[in-house]
Ligand binder design. Sequence first.
Ligand SMILES: [Cu+2]
Length: 155
Amino acid sequence: MKRFAVAVGALALGLAALPALAADIEISGSFLRPPVVDGGNGAAFFTITNHGPADRLIAAAAPAARAVELHTHLRDGDVMRMRKVDSIAVPEQGRVELKPGGDHVMLFGLDPAAVVPGARLPLTLTFEQAGAIQIEVPVATLPGPISKPGAHGDQ
Ligand SMILES: [Cu+2]
């Protein structure tokens, strides 16, 4: 319960702009690429810093999205395509950067009202070891590519 209390306490104090901490996991540098069209798909990116033993990001949830999946990009011939993955590994004392063209949290069917520029999208990340971490992801001013043309989810 201690780690949960720490995360909730940080939010209650209005420290959402600071890195979110839960147990050994720290989330920083988050941003959301909003959909190009209303009700479309967006993607969340952030850096996971692990101060403890090996862990895995196993789920993500956002009330403003119809569905949320963990995605990565894989090379398919000359094209990078997005694929759903069951988890994103975070090495012991390691760091993983979710970024355009790489791993990301895919948000399907986003509520247009929740992704206006300047808004912050509530997102819950669940780690196998560290448990759930609630963050608020700043919405980027302009839509941008989640990946190179040819991949799904960016229309
Ligand atoms: Cu994706």
